[in-house]
Design a protein around this ligand. Structure first.
Ligand code: PMV
Length: 310
């Protein structure tokens, strides 16, 4: 029996701007996907729920290994990561399934290979992803990610988020957005053509803020962090990826002294996935979430990436 798990991830800042070559700062969260894979006598026991996923993952693995068939196996997937909420659920599921399948086929554990194959799966699910999600869930911790037409620059950062800051983050789940990330990325592209001046300012501001956020996180500077999240969120609002509903929750959090932002693609109509929220007194975040009848998770950031479970 092979057991593998992978964490979810969030964008601390830099989503959307990353599509245009600007940096993004990502990190893992302590919500995980668990995959158990074991040999089966025949194919009929393969559960239907996994079939869609199987149709994406198996061809990727077969192509890489240059094999025609895979011996029958049973797959069991359980996940704490809400789907379609900006938490990288698809990357975490794909990475752990690919890792388990490679182990089953006696391929040596290789994070770079699993990451590359997971990126292939992400392309099937999301069209033209930047690759930040799969890298973060595979390698874990804090990740500085930059994509340009010529090269991909990704590095795991060997630093931890200061404990003084990391204990004050929460995720408020506004639900799965009606619009897919792919659609939101297309909307932003249209805006970039219609309002080039506004869009240029957005890119410049997010780049500056993402760099500042890394420095605030290193130094444990809370005032700076709050200011950066608030300004980064305003910038995201300026490109139309924050619904009025999410904006109203965020405003309420700011009123009680905290800061919050959307994470990932966002949404236009109502739900925008999870909001990353920060407050010295986390009770205040729970109260705001409760006033909207929304779940609020206490999370640990920067947790371990993909791993084999015993
Ligand atoms: O919605 P998510 O968690 O898949 O994040 C999308 C982030 C974008 O920058 C909008 C797109 C990308 O591929 O980086």
């Amino acid at each position: 029996m092979i057991k593998v798990s992978a964490p979810g991830k969030i964008h601390l800042l830099g989503e959307h701007a990353v599509v245009y070559g600007k940096p993004a700062l990502l990190t893992t969260v302590d919500l995980r996907v668990n995959v158990i894979l074991s040999a089966a006598k025949d194919l009929s026991r393969m559960r239907d729920t996994s079939n869609k996923l199987k149709k994406v993952i198996e061809p990727i693995v077969k192509k890489y290994l240059k094999i025609q068939t895979i011996p029958p196996y049973q797959l069991n997937i359980s996940s704490q990561i809400p789907i379609g909420s900006g938490l990288g659920s698809s990357a975490a599921v794909s990475a752990s399934y690919i890792a388990a399948l490679l182990s089953f086929l006696k391929v040596q554990w290789d994070l770079n290979l699993i990451n590359d194959l997971t990126f292939e799966a992400e392309k099937v699910f999301h069209g033209n992803p930047s690759g930040g999600d799969n890298f973060t869930v595979c390698f874990g911790g804090l990740v500085w990610f930059r994509k340009s037409d010529q090269d991909r620059q990704i590095k795991p950062l060997n630093i931890n988020i200061s404990p003084k800051l990391s204990k004050n983050f929460c995720l408020i789940n506004t639900g799965t957005p009606k619009e897919s990330t792919k659609k939101m990325v297309e909307n932003v592209k249209e805006l970039s053509k219609k309002k080039p001046k506004l869009f240029k300012a957005f890119l410049q501001n997010q780049e500056r803020l993402t760099k500042k956020m890394l420095s605030a996180i290193k130094k444990g500077n809370e005032d700076d962090l709050i200011r950066i999240i608030r300004t980064g969120e305003k910038n995201l609002e300026s490109i139309g990826v924050v619904s009025p509903y999410a904006a109203s929750i965020i405003k309420k959090i700011e009123k009680v002294g905290g800061a919050a932002k959307i994470c990932g693609g966002g949404g236009k109509t109502k739900a925008t996935g999870v909001l990353l929220a920060y407050h010295q007194d986390k009770k205040k975040l729970t109260e705001v979430a409760m006033s909207y009848n929304l779940p609020c998770y206490t999370i640990t950031l920067g947790t371990e990436g993909l791993k084999q479970e015993s």
